[in-house]
Design a binder for this molecule. Structure first.
Ligand code: CTP
Length: 212
């Protein structure tokens, strides 16, 4: 398989030196990339800024903003068999990016935030024969929220995890099907979870005929 993997956080700039982001380490995506390479697959890794070295053998594309992530993914998805989207994408960006550096005035300032593009949902509209595996990071009503995302983003399955996964070495995930069934539950190091998830994708998702 040739697999597109998104990993790490995105950044949304307030001015040329300050940005909004999140605590994603990129570990889940990088573990998936390493496990996929080890299993003999080709990997196209689109990664936000993280402190990890990409596994040898991947095609690596570095991005910072959600717009850059979207452009890269739209360009690369057509030549892949599927996508695993682990990136922790900023949902909001400042309406305008100030050129230079904002100077203090002694007064409060207000940041107006607008929603960023939903990259996975856009890939979902261009899916055709390809498969889509989304991640859902939930803190409340997890199954319902994860299922809403699966449908909205046209996923073949969604990997539900909670906020303790952010920045951690381990993960505990439940994988849900479009019929809202639990296909699998994995727990352990992100490497362990990545290896199991890739086996599941190869045997049950990639092998299965799909509707566009
Ligand atoms: N995702 C994306 N583009 C976005 C937001 C999310 O591609 N702008 C992807 C993530 O990489 C993940 C899935 O969509 O695979 C779900 O991400 P998550 O952060 O759990 O949900 P959101 O859709 O952002 O919704 P919310 O933050 O409101 O829960």
């Amino acid at each position: 398989m040739r697999i597109l993997i998104t990993a790490g956080p995105t950044r949304e700039y307030i001015d040329d030196v300050r940005f909004l982001s999140n605590a994603s380490s990129g570990r889940m995506g990088y573990a998936l990339a390493a496990a996929a390479i080890a299993a003999g697959h080709e990997v196209v890794l689109v990664t936000g800024p993280v402190e990890l070295a990409p596994p040898e053998g991947c095609d690596v594309y570095r991005i910072e903003t959600t717009d850059e992530l979207r452009e890269r993914c739209l360009e690369l998805f057509p030549c892949c068999d599927g996508v695993i989207a682990t990136a922790a994408v900023c949902d909001y960006r400042p309406r305008t990016r100030v050129t230079g550096k904002i100077t203090k005035t002694g007064q409060p300032i207000v940041l107006e935030l607008v929603e960023t593009s939903d990259v996975l949902a856009q890939l979902g509209t261009q899916k055709e024969h390809r498969w889509i595996v989304g991640f859902a990071l939930e803190s409340q009503d997890p199954r319902n929220n994860a299922m809403r995302k699966l449908r909205m983003k046209n996923c073949d399955c969604i990997v539900l995890n909670d906020t303790s996964a952010i920045g951690a070495l381990t993960n505990a995930v439940e994988i849900l099907s479009p019929e809202a069934e639990t296909i699998a539950v994995y727990k352990g190091t992100k490497q362990h979870v990545a290896e199991r998830l890739l086996e599941l994708i190869k045997d049950s998702i990639h092998a299965k005929p799909r509707r566009a």
